[in-house]
Design a protein. Structure first.
Length: 320
């Protein structure tokens, strides 16, 4: 039986509460999207660890609590990003001091009811339900489906809702744009239709990340946020990046925020090679060596020819 509420009961319901102040609410469905290499996963991990630790995110308060992060695209390589974040934020990495963040290092097949139920069962076994569940990325968790099909995308959104209703968590889905990065997220419109909040990540010509909200179901879109990737040295052989606020952010104008990805003639702060390789290799939309090499060139500033050689060596491909 469907519960019908009286007007009095409706008016007595509590208003939505923010999980990250003025960014997205508790128990909502959030689409975080952008082109390959824009920094989406850095943003998602930054949210996850700020919530886990109860830290502010870019000056916005977070409600503290556990987070479940499905690292379907980066797998174990997310380890160095988490270590870099904790080093940059001076987190005590001793026993019992680590943030309550739980990682799945394999995809969850979100079109499979059985696989979704397995994820929910694992969550229910935690001592405390998570405040947020991150699916990074939609493509890697869309096994056997077609992103352009209404039925498949609707099933994905429905299963995200199942996680929300069972655990009370906000579900964040990390997604890609199409071939034209200036356009919105790729795939069927059921994705945007089912989302409470849509947030786009873009890489500007000056290398900064632009974070912009273009759908907020129950509130106004937040003002654009400008961030930078700061390099962190983990040890003699290993580096990663963390997000920091861009300088002079308060002086930015909406016109400036319209800058798109860097062209080959623009001066840019490029990504470290290791991070760029990780981003390219794990991007399910880049299915040919040529496409991977081209993306690596855009992220690192190296020539396409050099990037093709690097990709061949990394993938263990000999000859032509």
């Amino acid at each position: 039986m469907i519960k019908l509420h009286t007007m009095e009961e409706l008016l007595s319901l509590p208003p939505p509460e923010w999980l990250i102040q003025n960014t997205f609410t508790k128990g909502s469905f959030v689409g975080l999207y952008g082109p390959s290499g824009a920094g989406k996963s850095f943003v998602a991990l930054d949210w996850a660890l700020c919530i886990s630790m109860g830290y502010e995110w870019q000056g916005k308060g977070c409600e503290q609590g556990p987070v479940v992060y499905v690292a379907a695209e980066g797998g174990r390589s997310i380890q160095k990003r988490a270590v870099a974040w904790m080093m940059a934020h001076k987190v005590d990495m001793g026993p019992g001091q680590l943030p309550p963040t739980f990682f799945a290092l394999e995809p969850v097949h979100m079109l499979s009811e059985g696989n979704v139920e397995e994820l929910i069962e694992s969550i229910l076994e935690l001592e405390e339900f998570p405040k947020m569940v991150v699916l990074d990325t939609l493509a890697r968790c869309f096994f056997g489906g077609d992103e352009n099909e209404t039925s498949d995308m609707s099933t994905f959104v429905e299963h995200c809702g199942q996680i929300q209703s069972t655990t009370g968590a906000t579900v964040v889905s990390v997604h890609h744009t199409g071939k034209d990065a200036a356009k919105e997220e790729r795939g069927n419109t059921a994705y945007r239709g089912g989302a409470d909040t849509m947030i786009k990540v873009q890489r500007r010509r000056d290398g900064e990340l632009l974070i912009r909200c273009n759908k907020q179901k129950d509130d106004e879109d937040f003002e654009p946020i400008f961030l930078e990737l700061k390099k962190v040295k983990i040890d003699e052989n290993l580096t990663s990046c963390v997000l920091v606020a861009a300088e002079l952010q308060e002086k930015r104008s909406e016109e400036e925020s319209a800058d798109e990805a860097p062209s080959e003639h623009d001066e840019q702060e490029y990504m470290p090679l290791d991070d760029a390789l990780e981003s390219v290799i794990t991007d399910a939309s880049l299915i040919t060596l040529r496409a991977q090499a081209r993306a690596l060139a855009e992220l690192t500033g190296k020539s396409p020819e050099a990037c093709r050689t690097i990709m061949r060596r990394r993938l263990g491909i000999d000859g032509e």
